[in-house]
Design a protein around this ligand. Structure first.
Ligand SMILES: CCCCC/C=C\C/C=C\C=C\CC(=O)SCCNC(=O)CCNC(=O)[C@H](O)C(C)(C)COP(=O)(O)OP(=O)(O)OC[C@H]1O[C@@H](n2cnc3c(N)ncnc32)[C@H](O)[C@@H]1OP(=O)(O)O
Length: 289
């Protein structure tokens, strides 16, 4: 399994769990639980996102993420991934606003296509995906959690999660909206999306956008324990079932990809939208001071 050290703040840490060799020593004399613990332990790979300061999705970061996910997907050693952030400020701040402000239509087209690619790869992944959400997670930053099979959020008031696009003067694309509807239902999504709600942990759990809220220092251990449950199910049965449930939603994007790109490019190129995004970005920078 490749070990990719982060370079200049951009990168991912992927490592097989277990001992130095990546696999724990076999324990033939112990009981079933020990044996199965060893078995699932090296079947999952932690994937730590690191694009300082806030894991925003630059084009470069998205591209690297897709390449790394493809490697994990093709390496049959792995059956699941726990995705977490290695940036103290955020799990992910979503779309990097600099990619969608002040650029040209060709750039917007390329960017949106790569974002769609990431979504499709995650949503239809054969692996068990668990999001260990250890920081704020806004708008496009929910892409990974909403395409995961299970979401664990750190119990910290800063850890807000939600699709807040309307607050930026934009609309969430339908392929962000659809998984949200699948997870929290139609009425709750209508409410959350129109108001651009960012949920604090207790509310996030109540509405169902996350499955578990735990103290921050327990996010990783909880993710490992949840992974054990998921990996106890035979892959072929779980994968067929996941595909059966998710394919109709994924097919909508596959079928309407080009139209979605055209809509995005014409929407984002409008002067009024550009102004609103630039104001939002400027406000983010001001808030710091
Ligand atoms: C009709 C057809 C419709 C089709 C669809 C059409 C349109 C859809 C188009 C786009 C969809 C986009 C979805 C998105 O994801 S938009 C991005 C939404 N993200 C956010 O709102 C999060 C913004 N960030 C924050 O709230 C905070 O930064 C955060 C809570 C993450 C961290 O706060 P903290 O106080 O610790 O740190 P900051 O000082 O705020 O940030 C540090 C540094 O990072 C910069 N930054 C933050 N977020 C972004 C970002 N998303 N993109 C680029 N840069 C970001 C921030 O400006 C600071 O920079 P600097 O001042 O240090 O230079």
């Amino acid at each position: 399994m490749p070990h990719l050290p982060p370079a200049q703040g951009l990168g991912f840490r992927m490592r097989p769990s277990g001992g130095k060799s990546g696999r724990p020593a076999a324990r033939s004399v112990h009981g079933v639980s020990e044996v199965s613990a060893s078995w699932w332990w090296w079947s999952q790979a932690p994937l730590q996102l690191k694009n300082l300061p806030v894991n925003s999705f630059s084009l470069e970061f998205l591209t690297e993420l897709i390449i790394n996910l493809e490697k994990l997907e093709n390496d049959k050693t792995f059956r699941g991934i726990i995705i977490t952030s290695d940036c103290p400020k955020a799990f992910s701040a979503g779309v990097d606003l600099r990619e969608i402000c002040g650029k040209n239509p060709a750039h917007y087209t390329e960017y949106w296509k790569v974002l769609q690619d990431l979504w499709l790869r995650l949503y239809l992944s054969n692996l068990v995906l668990i999001s260990a959400i250890n920081g704020p997670c806004a708008a496009g930053g929910c892409l990974i959690p909403l395409t995961s099979d299970y979401r664990i959020l750190a119990d910290n008031p800063k850890c807000l999660i939600g699709l807040n696009e309307t607050r930026l003067g934009i609309s969430a694309p339908f392929w962000f909206k659809d998984p949200l509807v699948n997870i929290i239902g139609h009425r709750a999504s209508e409410h959350a999306l129109q108001l651009g709600l960012l949920f604090p942990p207790a509310e996030a759990l109540q509405v169902g956008i996350v499955d578990k809220v735990v103290p921050k220092d327990q996010v990783q251990s909880t993710a490992l324990s949840v992974m054990t449950q998921w990996l106890a199910i035979p892959d072929h049965a779980r994968q067929l079932t996941k595909n059966m449930i998710r394919k109709p939603t994924a097919d909508l994007l596959v079928k309407h990809r080009d139209t979605d790109i055209q809509n995005f490019v014409s929407f984002i190129s409008r002067d009024s939208i550009q102004k609103s995004l630039q104001m939002y970005l400027a406000k983010l920078k001001q808030n710091k001071d």
